[in-house]
Design a protein around this ligand. Sequence first.
Ligand code: HDD
Length: 753
Amino acid sequence: NPVKAATGKVAKKVQEAVHPGNEIPGAPGPVPPPLDEPTEPAGPLSPKPDQRGPDTYSPTGQETGVPQDKVAQGGEYLTTAQGARLYETDHSLKAGARGPVLLQDHHLREKITHFDHERIPERVVHARGAAAHGVFQGYGTAGQITKAAFLGKDVETPVFVRFSTVLGSRGSADTVRDTRGFATKFYTDEGVFDLVGNNIPVFFIQDAIKFPDVIHAGKPHPDREIPQAQSAHDSFWDFVTLHTEATHHTLWNMSDRGIPRSYRMMEGFGVHTFRFVNADGATTLVKFHWKPKLGVHSLVWEEAQITAGVDPDFHRRDLADAIEAGACPQWELGVQTFPDTDDQLFEGIDLLDPTKIVPEELAPVQPIGLLTLNANPSNYFAETEQVAFHLGHLVPGIDVTNDPLLQGRLFSYLDTQISRLGGPNFGQLPINRPHTPVNDMLRDGMHQTAVHRGAAPYRPNSLDGGCPFLADEDTGAYIEVPEPVHADRKVRDAAASFDDHYSQARLFWLSMTPTEREHIVAAYTFELSKCWEQTIKERALQVLANIDSELCGEVATGLGLPAPAPTIKLAEPDPSPALSQLGATWPLDGRIVGIVASGDQDLAGVRSIRQAVLDAGMVPLVIAPAGGVLDADGDPVTVQRTFANARSTEFDAILLAGAPTPGADAYGARDAKVDDVAVASGIDPRLLLMLTEAFRHGKALGAWSDGADALEAAGIALDASGVVTADSADAALERVTELMAGHRAWDRFTQPV
Ligand code: HDD
């Protein structure tokens, strides 16, 4: 009997794992399965739990097959939640048209009560997010080191990915300086696997017990609840300078990684070291990396700040627009692999310390699969808000390590969903349901939507025919690696290697190009200048002195304070060029090109490059003094942005067909405060602002026809780096496209912006 054999095998395995060789003195031998537990179903299996909620569609958009009269939004008529049809929903039931509202109006009370409870607690961190559905395709390259079936060659697994900022509330701006979350739910055939990572490969703390501290320090001050979604305030810098294991992560935040251009252009990291297990039980330590096909790109700080005001939804919109336009973002999943040695060190780096990376030059990232995001959520609340990730959602072939930060997270994520999603049944929400059969013997609780059957939700049982049965290794059970546990006494302590807080921060600093270093200096100077307490600034300079004297000196100059000497002497690490974002060229899918025109300019050229931009997989947006169409030559060109609603920050590059003058309605023509340059040039001041900003932010600018007049009026030298003047629209676009592939005209940044 295969079921019986399997049950016996698991019992033996567990026995062996707990008591190897069963050699505990006096312990009984392997426990045989109870004799009277049925090993065969006593009739047809009980129906699987009906976990269909009243949804119209499954998380992946397929129809659930639930009859229409049983689903939400079914039928043609407006009803109460109980299905009674309504004849009126605009007026409360009153005692006469001008009389008091009656308590008996159930429709009113049901509608308002439901509304009153529409909001649920936002995530305590990572509250602001955006998500998308997609598919993950395994390459089969990890088969030697893991038995995880979804990594097999060409295996396709549906996924849901949620990106987020960490500190801000649900309604905060996207482009603030912060770490970004990158959480992926794989709906594999062996159960759900969640990879809950960030766009920064290290963390502020080495032990989860300090998570409330770092988050309390980063969140708004408790008295006035400001500032929102910012690290530029006293309590954040107080904590990270007193608690120097945060130094490495803080440096990444102050680098361009803290202000990504787009979720589509971020790396993702699992941060911790995980353990792969292959079919023979052999283990390998791994670190997960997501590599974006579009490259890793960032905003510049002024651009990020402007965007936070003019378009707080910038990243959310960018992701959704790109997917809707068919520019589906892709990431390759890769792993760095390390032997699973007793000391769990690699080249002297402690693999259990989440404040450390392993440079890619020492352990290359080996690609194991491809992620494509190809569908936007249909409903933000049902999907993006209610998705619940947890590092304990693992599948056979992937296990955890003893990283103390990871271990604490294994507790926190389950716990938080209970208060956030109102009870222990959040796994039944459509977005959280595994795409495999679930037979879990969990019962009841708040928001139970399953109608469980059977009489015996316990094991062993005879009443339900012994169901459900236990699996074993051959039938796909998740079995923890029986890793030896070395412990001679309980301690509240960490390994001595965790005391090194600076060497990798220095490694990161040394790996940056001069432009990236300028940005880091500017970021520290900005953030610390926002601190009120002098002692915090001085302490921060001491931390910087221990990373690098040039970094410390420049920030000190910006703050008007003396630069302290280092208090430690570091061995000089080899830089890791892989950490720099600059120097390569990248695909331009979904990039946005602004084309400035007005009615009397080269509209044929505008039409031609509009099409060329579309053909290149980018988004052209025609910007004109006013809305409507430009049709001077009888062939209309639609205007998508006007000088009243366009801001430079929306565009990756700007092309000019001419130098539009202010229209009669333009604010420049009316506003007494219009600046002298604009008045003198006769060019709309909002266009000049757009050009000077785009220039300061290192964006490619191209002009043909008399477009160069606008550049000159904005004070931009026509021979400046990344500025193109050409005879025709097509020639201008060609050159601008080449420049965009490098993301920015980097040599404009030799001076801090
Ligand atoms: Fe966390 C959410 C990533 C440490 C406790 N975390 C959350 C999300 C991401 C991360 C991406 C958002 C998931 C989503 O979109 O729903 N967190 C990380 C990373 C960490 C990390 C990469 C370090 C390597 N987190 C961490 C620690 C703790 C938590 C040490 C607690 C001890 N994190 C949470 C949480 C959240 C969360 C409170 C809030 C909402 C949620 O879990 O579902 O449990």
